[in-house]
Design a protein around this ligand. Structure first.
Ligand SMILES: *[C@@H]1O[C@H](CO)[C@@H](O)[C@H](O)[C@H]1NC(C)=O
Ligand SMILES: *[C@@H]1O[C@H](CO)[C@@H](O)[C@H](O)[C@H]1NC(C)=O
Ligand SMILES: *[C@@H]1O[C@H](CO)[C@@H](O)[C@H](O)[C@H]1NC(C)=O
Ligand SMILES: *[C@@H]1O[C@H](CO)[C@@H](O)[C@H](O)[C@H]1NC(C)=O
Ligand SMILES: *[C@@H]1O[C@H](CO)[C@@H](O)[C@H](O)[C@H]1NC(C)=O
Ligand SMILES: *[C@@H]1O[C@H](CO)[C@@H](O)[C@H](O)[C@H]1NC(C)=O
Length: 544
């Protein structure tokens, strides 16, 4: 997983290379050249066609230091359009780089596009993934770690090594078959197994030295299932959640919902042998599990016997664990600073939005919706239509702030919002599944979650002091989750279910964070290398 020198050069450039016309002097540039191809992979022992990046599955890991400028030149060698998106990377003032179809034109087959991304003040663990079609089921994803600058301490001793675990449910059917099932209006069958770093049970080994402490960055890159992560006979200390340094609580296992990332420290403090690292599905009718191996360097005993069990359907257990995950307010590290105040709990809410998900048949085909609107893509990326003032692509207000009670319908749903507003979003889940919701462009405070139906009185139990700031939150079955978001990033931002079949069949929309004042201080121009498609084809990307 370590980056190869050939694919990562680091240039310290004093003079910014005309980066969107804005000089970001002294911030290092890192250049990546990525070739996206199909190739054979065998994650569960069955040959299937996977999406490789520079021949690798999962794709290469991105190492960056906060404020780095990443130039990632993606060559699409697939016979179909392709885009990568950067889950949790905030793309400040720059939603053009977000790599979802609402912001960025697909890279045509045989063509390339260079993403220019600055990772600003977000030290932590994120991932990238292919956002079009159902490509995510074929791989093409990888880990992103943003490190603090040298000399800026993190609130725990330097670990002996820092390991990545990309875990996720997996289908042995290829992504085009899965897409055909969804396009036909059907639900997907259960996945076939769980993969860890692209491999099946006992196929991945992490070597540790007795007495030393290791960081494990765990990301659920799967398509649907919440996963429980545990290491046989070892406790773990939680240290980071999607860019927030947490209170360092210890856990014997950890629930990681789809799209979420956590970092834990694990000390090799047991008698030398090999131990199971176990991952299993939560809240699932059929429990799937997989394992990797924690190998003590002087171990002569391999794993045997049953894998350690974990929680399966216990919702309260998971809810209590989620509530125990809090920000360490005394720890160093960048912290979101809404309206110049580190106290998010003291800021008045300017707007409340309540989002309810639903599942229904529309024209006899399975669809999923938010506030009764099932998203359908337009012929042009919404951000580009907005930038070039192209009419007839989307309407602001095409999704209401509150559930309307209407029958499900299809639309290109865009919600308008004011730059610098401080909003509350309540996700209300009436269904019997765990949901996972993600907002691009931001991290938000998860101020509360509980069973039942949210009412204004639910605010009395909000954590207004040390909630974690993150980009993906779970909502338990027949429960609600409330978040606060400081809308300090102008752009067109995707809000989506991370349950990928639901996202694909309409459970997403865009939040257009807008200011009438056009200024490069608030938002960059469309990048001069932007690919233009749909009604934006032929327009000029030269700065106005
Ligand atoms: C990408 O890889 C394919 C297959 O190996 C190769 O044919 C193609 O030339 C490569 N493209 C680039 C831009 O490196
Ligand atoms: C998916 O599988 C089908 C049937 O095996 C095959 O025809 C098709 O080429 C595969 N497509 C991809 C993109 O892997
Ligand atoms: C495509 O790659 C070439 C170098 O291989 C680069 O010069 C060009 O800027 C890239 N195109 C885009 C749109 O980023
Ligand atoms: C919070 O961070 C401080 C500063 O690094 C550290 O000393 C303290 O142990 C942490 N507290 C908890 C409960 O994690
Ligand atoms: C893991 O899966 C295997 C194969 O399905 C099963 O035999 C085993 O009981 C499962 N273990 C746990 C802890 O669920
Ligand atoms: C928040 O609202 C309350 C009551 O409406 C008001 O008294 C207070 O000044 C407001 N606080 C801020 C920071 O605007």
């Amino acid at each position: 997983m370590a980056p190869k020198p050939a694919e990562l050069w680091c240039f310290y450039v004093a003079l910014a290379l005309g980066f969107m016309g804005i000089a970001i002097a002294d911030s290092p540039y890192r250049f990546f050249d990525w070739n996206v191809t199909y190739g054979d992979i065998y994650p569960l022992g069955v040959r299937q066609q996977g999406i490789l990046i520079n021949g690798q599955f999962p794709g290469p890991e991105i190492y960056a230091v906060t404020n780095d400028n990443l130039y990632i030149n993606v060559h699409n060698s697939l016979p179909e359009p392709f885009l990568l998106s950067w889950n949790g990377v905030q793309q400040r003032k720059n939603s053009y780089q977000d790599g979802v179809y609402g912001t960025t034109c697909p890279i045509p087959p045989g063509k390339n596009f260079t993403y220019r991304i600055q990772v600003k003040d977000q030290i932590g663990t994120y991932f990238y993934f292919p956002s079009l079609a159902f490509h995510k089921a074929a791989g093409g994803f990888g880990s992103i770690r943003v490190l603090s600058r040298p000399l800026i301490p993190v609130p725990f001793p330097e670990p002996a090594a820092d390991y990545t675990l990309l875990i996720g449910d997996w289908y042995t059917a290829n992504h085009s078959i899965l897409k055909t099932i969804l396009d036909g209006g059907h639900r997907l069958p259960n996945p076939n197994g769980i993969v860890i770093n692209g491999r099946g049970p006992q196929a991945t080994t992490f070597t540790v030295e007795k007495g030393k402490t290791y960081r494990f960055r765990i990301t659920n890159v799967g398509l649907q299932h919440s996963l429980n992560f545990r290491v046989q006979d070892h406790e773990m200390t939680l240290v980071e959640v999607e860019g927030t340094h947490t209170m360092q609580n210890t856990y014997s296992s950890l629930d990681v919902h789809v799209g979420q990332s956590y970092s834990v420290l694990i000390t090799a403090n047991q008698p030398s042998r090999d131990f199971y690292i176990a991952v299993s599905t939560r809240f699932a009718s059929k429990i799937l599990n997989s394992t990797a191996i924690l190998h003590y360097s002087d171990s002569t005993t391999s794993v045997s016997g049953p894998i350690p069990g974990g929680p399966t359907n216990e919702i309260d257990w998971s809810l209590n664990q989620a509530r125990s995950v809090r920000t360490n307010l005394t720890a160093s590290g960048p912290r979101p600073n809404p309206q110049g105040s580190y106290h998010y709990g003291l800021i008045n809410i300017s707007r409340t939005i309540k989002l309810e998900s639903s599942a229904a048949l529309v024209d006899r085909k399975q669809r999923y919706a938010v506030n009764s609107v099932s998203f359908i893509p337009a012929d042009t990326p919404l951000k580009l239509a907005d930038y070039f003032n192209i009419d007839g692509v989307f309407r602001i207000g095409s999704i209401p702030d509150f559930p309307s009670g209407k029958k499900m319908y299809l639309d290109t749903s865009v919600m308008g919002a004011d730059y610098r507003a401080f909003i509350e979003i309540v996700f209300q889940n009436h269904e019997n599944i765990v949901q996972s919701w993600h907002l691009d462009g931001y991290s938000f405070w998860v101020v509360g979650m509980d069973g039942g139906v949210w009412t204004p009185a639910s605010r009395e139990q909000y954590n207004l002091r040390d909630a974690v700031s993150r980009c993906t939150t779970q909502v338990y079955p027949k429960s609600w989750t409330a978040i606060y978001v400081s809308l300090d990033n102008v752009g067109m931002w995707n809000i989506r279910s991370e349950f990928w079949a639901r996202q694909y069949l309409g459970q997403q929309f865009y939040l257009r964070v807008y200011t009438p004042v056009k200024s490069l201080r608030d938002e960059y121009n469309v990048p001069d290398n932007a690919l233009l498609c749909g009604k934006a084809a032929g327009r000029s990307t030269a700065s106005p």
